[in-house]
Write a protein that binds this ligand. Structure first.
Ligand SMILES: NC(=O)c1ccc[n+]([C@@H]2O[C@H](COP(=O)([O-])OP(=O)(O)OC[C@H]3O[C@@H](n4cnc5c(N)ncnc54)[C@H](OP(=O)(O)O)[C@@H]3O)[C@@H](O)[C@H]2O)c1
Length: 242
């Protein structure tokens, strides 16, 4: 499918992996809705970079903890560009919390930002599709969704829910919309800097190196070009999941 001129909404697109995805989609000729929450300056830079390369983009702010934000974000995107064809759910929080110390607030924030918001963004997106419109949703999950762990329990459950949601929506929205997920492994260390897990990761990985946002971008581009793939969870881990 030729995505040139089509409209993509990328959540969490001001920084890091979401930013790399937004810039790559703009390079494919797509018009970009750059969602951000606190990273107003970086989001504006993404917009300016796209516009100075001859593309079209706007930045939209939304706190995805707010239950009304998904509907509003899709409506504002459609108001700006007339349609939303591709939805990439990348915004997320990732905070440590175990069965012994996770609080109600910790649990609810992870489920709200990482799972509830993607669902209601998908719902608003699907409700706004024209009968003749084709589209694609890509949810950025995590390989931890597929392997139980103890240290990030609410995060893991939220991403496991996102994987289940991906498969359910792939069925529900077919044939007009393909719905897939990418499950990255170690791509970027936390914004605070590499922790012990990241420092020793390369030696544990079959491919002996951590990834880069470009690895996720390649997976996004593959899925957008793969007309016969839906409900897939594409692992981008350097073999960590093995
Ligand atoms: N980094 C990795 O190695 C790795 C590994 C596996 C999976 N992933 C997944 O890949 C995706 C991107 O990861 P990343 O490390 O690049 O992300 P990140 O640095 O954790 O950035 C989080 C993004 O989520 C947005 N966000 C956080 N809270 C929000 C809220 N309340 N409302 C709206 N937006 C909010 C932030 O927006 P603002 O900055 O504008 O506030 C930011 O753009 C995530 O889904 C993550 O789970 C990453």
């Amino acid at each position: 499918m030729d995505w040139r001129g089509r409209v993509a909404l990328v959540t969490g697109a001001g920084v890091r992996i979401g930013r790399a995805i937004a810039l790559a989609l703009a390079e494919r000729g797509m018009r970009l809705i750059v969602h951000y929450h606190t990273s107003a300056g970086p989001a504006q830079e993404v917009v300016e970079q796209i516009i100075s390369a001859g593309g079209q983009a706007i930045a939209l702010r939304a706190d995805l903890l707010d239950p009304s934000a998904p509907q509003r974000l899709i409506a504002q995107g459609i108001e700006a560009f007339g349609e939303v064809d591709v939805l990439i759910n990348s915004a997320s929080i990732f905070e440590r919390g175990t069965v012994y110390d996770a609080t109600l607030d910790h649990w609810e924030r992870h489920l709200a930002i990482n799972l509830r918001a993607p669902f209601f963004l998908c719902q608003a997106y699907a409700q706004a599709l024209r009968p003749d419109q084709r589209g694609h949703i890509i949810n950025i999950a995590d390989w931890r969704a597929l392997r139980p762990g103890t240290q990030y329990v609410a995060y893991t459950v939220s991403k496991a829910g996102l994987v289940a949601l991906t498969k359910s929506l792939a069925l529900a929205l077919a044939p007009r919309v393909q719905v897939n997920a990418i499950a990255p492994g170690g791509i970027l260390p936390p914004p605070s800097g590499p922790d012990a897990y990241f420092t020793h990761l390369p030696e544990r990985l079959p491919l002996r190196r951590i990834g880069a946002p470009e690895e996720v971008v390649k997976a996004v581009n593959y899925l957008l070009d793969a007309d016969f793939v839906t409900g897939e969870i594409l692992l981008v881990t350097g073999g960590e999941h093995l």
